[in-house]
Design a protein around this ligand. Structure first.
Ligand SMILES: Nc1nc2c(c(=O)[nH]1)N[C@H]1C(S)=C(S)[C@@H](COP(=O)(O)OP(=O)(O)OC[C@H]3O[C@@H](n4cnc5c(=O)[nH]c(N)nc54)[C@H](O)[C@@H]3O)O[C@H]1N2
Ligand SMILES: Nc1nc2c(c(=O)[nH]1)N[C@H]1C(S)=C(S)[C@@H](COP(=O)(O)OP(=O)(O)OC[C@H]3O[C@@H](n4cnc5c(=O)[nH]c(N)nc54)[C@H](O)[C@@H]3O)O[C@H]1N2
Ligand SMILES: [Mo]
Length: 762
């Protein structure tokens, strides 16, 4: 399988390399914000920002980090600004654009170019055999989709994908529509993101969510940040870490890369720090080998038990362990037996470094572990997160001030979408409630997750693919396989705000349905509508757009789903009433989804409300036994054959997932290009490759090789044996079958590759 770089990449992609920066925000960030905003939007549009994350404004479409209690007039960050600027762009992709550019031609363009073309303006249809999309009215678009859905042999021939920006109201209606149709095929971006967290936390503490509030972060003694690059991906989290530090917290960064945001930070919200003085964030940096975290946490568990042996009664929280947990003895017996040499191999750390880490944990009164994709996108991700739980349980670090588990979510409403039932496997009790509310019997068989959906399309078992936001073809692994899979369907439908590659890789027919964005006024049904979202810490609040929509033809996601439900005549649901008053949807949500009592009134309260969380609020664990579970997880080393490296695929500072804002990664010293691969200088000399050389990345998997051509090698201080390159250019290298155990998440952070010098053998 050989993939050529998209045509546009070649001329654009000539990376210039300089030293990585040592802090994430501060002067350069402020400059970048001003340039971004005024350059892209002009002065009037820039005022949109004043409403970001304000109590009566819209929820920032950037990330899912919660808003603080005392909001600054401008509660935004550099990358939130970029997300808003993307949506507020004055550029338009209209019918003339599609008449000029054929689908084949658009398919050759880079992700960056596609995203730069602006906002979609009206529904477009690609007819069978046609070279161009053509405009179509909303009614005809619904007809095309409804006819194709009616023509299916079984409801399971439809797949309904969701990205994580969709509001609670739209998500609830969307899953209702799929289930009324008769399928649980509701894959979502979570399958590629925090699925491993949900799986591990559900098994061990009885809820698939984190257990900390922002207040806990501010008051923790020790915060361990694992597998996360907050300086780029959750910049507002740095404000919370800074606050915690000022209150005396210690912070440990665990990462193969020395990420700028963890090394230093100047708060752009406080003019005092504009002058370039930066607060170092991490007190300690553990440069771990990819996939080594499970071994690190297991080893720390062993060391805590040994410390308890040496001074009984001083380390473990015996009341907590004996009263509220089970499985302690099996866990203790297991970790006492783990082999330090094996741990050193798995982590690339010395046993002394691990002892120092365990000592930090032992002496801290309260500990929080935060994590993101560096943990969840590994083969042993679920076991690793269970190991985080084990370590915290030992000292009763759950359900107590300043302590707990903190999976840091990605998309701004990805957690809310799950709460609303966007999942291929909702529990029976939840489905019972849905069925009772709408008088039907929801399907019970589990549906396809993202990887299973690709397999089903590949094997010709799917007729209709619908994407509620997102960019399925670029976000998913094994790009060549996934593209071929989508092309086997009869119809692909994308509900989108902006042009992306998923519009160019289509079924026999394709629809683009343009939607309102978060920042835009929603006057569906002739009245001002408000939607709601849930952040990473289970706080639900209202979001109200203020800007004039990019086009008069845009419809809200709620409107689009309700319109389709109505056209299909599905169920005893008053789709029209729900569409014209979103409060009607919330009334149903209140009756179906636990924790939403009095939804409408509490949503109107400033800042919204927080959903109940058993472990956090009352140390109640909703597991079969009613206790939190210790677990036994064998330590496994990610083995790499000689001469090969473990490649992780990461985000640059200038992208939001598959949306490439620009070609720079300021924090890592890369300008003007994205086809770079970061490798440790010692590995380079072992391989006989030099900084500045060009190589093909070739991934090796049991079913064959995959190739991504033409990457500039950058000597970079990453952990030994590990490499990094940007997603989505490298998704072609991630084998579809290389997934995390139990969660089925693609292993985007561990792909075995060899670097093949360009023109080798020619
Ligand atoms: N500006 C911006 N913000 C975003 C996004 C964006 O693309 N742009 N995306 C959003 C989404 S959907 C998500 S999920 C989040 C993603 O947020 P992150 O998880 O921060 O994103 P990644 O770039 O994938 O970074 C993974 C980090 O984990 C480290 N890592 C990789 N493997 C390992 C490992 O085995 N062990 C340890 N300890 N570390 C490891 C990498 O070096 C890197 O620092 O951000 C959200 N916010
Ligand atoms: N190799 C590799 N692959 C990965 C990852 C990785 O780290 N490495 N990360 C994974 C992760 S964590 C995630 S979450 C997924 C992301 O997967 P997705 O969520 O599918 O991808 P995005 O790039 O966020 O989607 C961008 C598109 O969403 C549309 N959009 C934006 N805002 C709105 C809106 O308000 N409404 C609607 N209807 N559409 C909108 C725009 O058209 C835009 O082009 O990718 C995953 N893939
Ligand atoms: Mo994500």
């Amino acid at each position: 399988m050989v993939t050529r770089p998209p045509r546009e990449d070649a001329p654009q992609d000539s990376p210039r390399v300089s030293a990585p920066s040592s802090s994430a925000a501060g002067n350069p960030a402020v400059g970048s914000i001003v340039r971004e905003v005024v350059g892209k939007l002009g002065v009037t549009r820039s005022l949109t920002l004043l409403h970001a994350n304000q109590k009566d404004g819209f929820d920032c479409p950037g990330c899912a980090w919660p808003e603080g209690e005392h909001r600054h007039t401008l509660e935004f960050c550099e990358n939130g600004v970029k997300a808003i600027a993307e949506e507020a762009t004055p550029r338009r992709v209209d019918r003339a654009f599609f008449a000029t550019h054929s689908v084949a031609e658009l398919g050759e363009r880079s992700d960056h170019w596609l995203g730069q073309q602006g906002r979609l303006t009206e529904p477009m249809l690609l007819r069978e055999g046609a070279a161009h999309y053509e405009p179509v009215g909303w009614d005809e678009a619904y007809d095309v989709l409804a006819d194709e859905l009616r023509a299916m042999g079984s409801p399971d021939e439809a797949v309904f994908y969701t990205s994580g920006r969709t509001s609670n109201e739209a998500a609830f209606l969307y899953q209702l529509l799929a289930r009324l149709l008769g399928t649980n095929n509701l894959p979502d971006c979570s399958n590629m993101c925090h699925e491993s967290s949900g799986t591990a936390l559900g098994q061990t503490i009885g809820i698939g969510k984190g257990t900390v509030s922002l207040e806990d972060v501010h008051t923790a003694d020790l915060i361990v940040v694992c597998g996360q690059n907050p300086g780029t991906n959750h910049p507002r989290m740095l404000t919370a870490l800074e606050k915690a530090k000022r209150a005396g917290a210690r912070i440990i960064a665990v990462n193969p890369l020395p990420e700028a945001g963890l090394l230093g930070f100047a708060n752009p919200q406080r003019p005092g720090s504009y002058v370039g003085r930066s607060t170092p964030i991490a007190d300690r940096f553990l440069q771990i080998r990819l996939g080594g975290d499970q071994a690190l946490f297991a080893a720390a568990g062993r060391l805590l038990l040994e410390a308890e042996d040496a001074q009984p009664g001083t380390v473990l929280d015996h009341d907590f362990v004996s009263g509220l947990t089970e499985g302690f003895w099996e866990y203790a017996a297991h970790v006492r037996g783990i082999d330090p040499a094996e741990v050193e191999r798995a982590t690339g750390l010395s046993w002394t470094e691990i002892e120092v880490f365990a000592e930090e944990v032992r002496t801290a009164g309260s500990v929080i572990v935060c994590w993101a994709m560096g943990i969840t996108q590994h083969r042993d991700a679920v076991a690793t997160i269970r190991e985080f739980v084990n370590l915290l349980l030992l000292q009763g670090n759950i359900g107590r001030r300043g302590a707990g588990l903190c999976p840091v979510r990605g998309h701004s409403n990805v957690q809310g979408d799950r709460t609303m039932g966007i999942s291929e496997r909702m529990p029976d009790g939840w489905l019972d409630g849905l069925g009772a509310e709408f008088g039907f019997d929801p399907p019970r068989a589990h549906g396809y997750d993202t990887v299973e959906a690709i397999r089903a399309m590949r094997d010709g078992r799917v007729r209709v693919f619908m994407g509620m936001g997102g960019n399925f073809v670029r976000a998913t692994p094994d790009s060549d396989v996934t593209e071929a899979a989508l092309r086997r369907t009869a119809l692909t439908v994308q509900v989108s705000t902006k042009l992306n590659r998923s519009h160019t890789v289509t079924g026999r027919r394709a629809l683009i349905l343009p939607a309102l964005g978060r920042t835009e006024r929603d006057r569906t049904g002739g009245r001002e509508q408000v939607v709601s979202v849930e952040d990473s810490m289970s706080a639900v609040h209202a979001s109200r757009g203020r800007r004039r929509p990019a086009s008069e033809h845009l419809r809200s996601e709620v409107d689009i789903v309700a319109g389709l439900g109505e056209r299909l005549g599905l169920g005893a649901v008053d789709w029209a009433a729900m569409r014209s008053d979103y409060a009607r949807i919330r009334t149903s949500i209140e009756r179906v989804v636990p924790g939403f009592d009095d939804y409408e009134r509490r949503l109107a309260a400033p800042g919204g409300f927080v959903l109940p969380n058993g472990p956090r609020d009352t140390r109640r664990f909703d597991t079969a036994s009613g206790k939190a579970h210790f677990s036994v997880n064998p330590v496994r080393v990610l083995e790499v054959p000689a001469g090969r490296l473990l490649l992780q695929t990461v985000r640059s500072h200038d992208q939001f997932n598959t949306t490439v804002y620009g070609l720079d990664d300021r924090s890592r010293g890369i300008m003007g290009g994205r086809r770079v691969v970061f490798v440790n200088p010692d590995d380079l000399s072992d391989l006989g490759i030099a900084d500045g050389d060009y190589v093909d990345l070739v991934s090796e998997w049991s079913d064959g090789e995959r190739r991504a051509p033409h990457f500039r090698v950058v000597a970079y201080p990453t952990a030994r044996g590990c490499a990094a390159a940007y997603f989505p250019e490298t998704n072609v290298l991630v084998p579809l079958d290389s997934v995390a155990e139990e969660s089925n998440t693609p292993t985007s952070k561990a792909v075995v590759v060899r670097l093949e010098p360009e023109h080798a053998g020619t």
